[in-house]
Write a new protein. Sequence first.
Length: 220
Amino acid sequence: MKNTIMFLLLTWCTITSQDKGDLRGQVFSFPEEYASSYARLAPLLSKPLSSATICLRFYTDRLGSISLLTLNITGQAAALTISRHSPGYQLLIEDKAIFFYGFPCYLNKWNSLCTTWNGSTGMSQMVINKKPSVRKVAHAGGSLGANPSVILGPDKGSFMGHITDVHIYDYVISPSEIQNYMQGNFLRYTLGNYLNWGSVDYSINGYVLVEDIKTLNSWN
Ligand SMILES: *[C@@H]1O[C@H](CO)[C@@H](O)[C@H](O)[C@H]1NC(C)=O
Ligand SMILES: *[C@@H]1O[C@H](CO)[C@@H](O)[C@H](O)[C@H]1NC(C)=O
């Protein structure tokens, strides 16, 4: 009986925990490949997005498909998803997927990724480790619904590794801001006005841990 209660408590604790705070210098670690292990972040603004920039850094040892970030709107199909399905990175907006090819797949190393989307023209681009993709069109004239949650890690796919420095802006940030983000020094870039890693409200489902970035022994 006592064991059962302990087990239930442990299970409950790993299934959801709510927190709020400054995650700079911290990472979300996804140590097991469970589709049910993800972090849910609440945006700072509740308005629909008619343009966006999404920046994050990830660290993985997976060569195959990985899900990185999803903007999920309750009761609707995912509004926007960023994932990698080798050999390309995919941006899915509503039901239109576009792929960006030709990026090397760096394993066991931090990868910095920014995606920009201008909703009026639909022009989208990914910049990964300072390398800019071709600009392509996704969902021109569209906007993304209000009040999404930002899901890190698997929504439908899977992810294993670490994610940090997630910033979302409700506009297309300038090339020099993207370069500043790619340098990795958080004092030098503008923090997201839609989602700011320095002040984030989040909950965790499944086995995801918040760890100090130093515990990774990663110097790149
Ligand atoms: C995202 O939204 C879809 C559709 O509403 C839902 O099936 C899925 O469970 C949601 N994912 C999360 C992690 O909330
Ligand atoms: C979207 O692109 C159009 C045409 O280049 C430009 O006028 C507009 O300012 C852009 N919007 C954003 C949010 O960058």
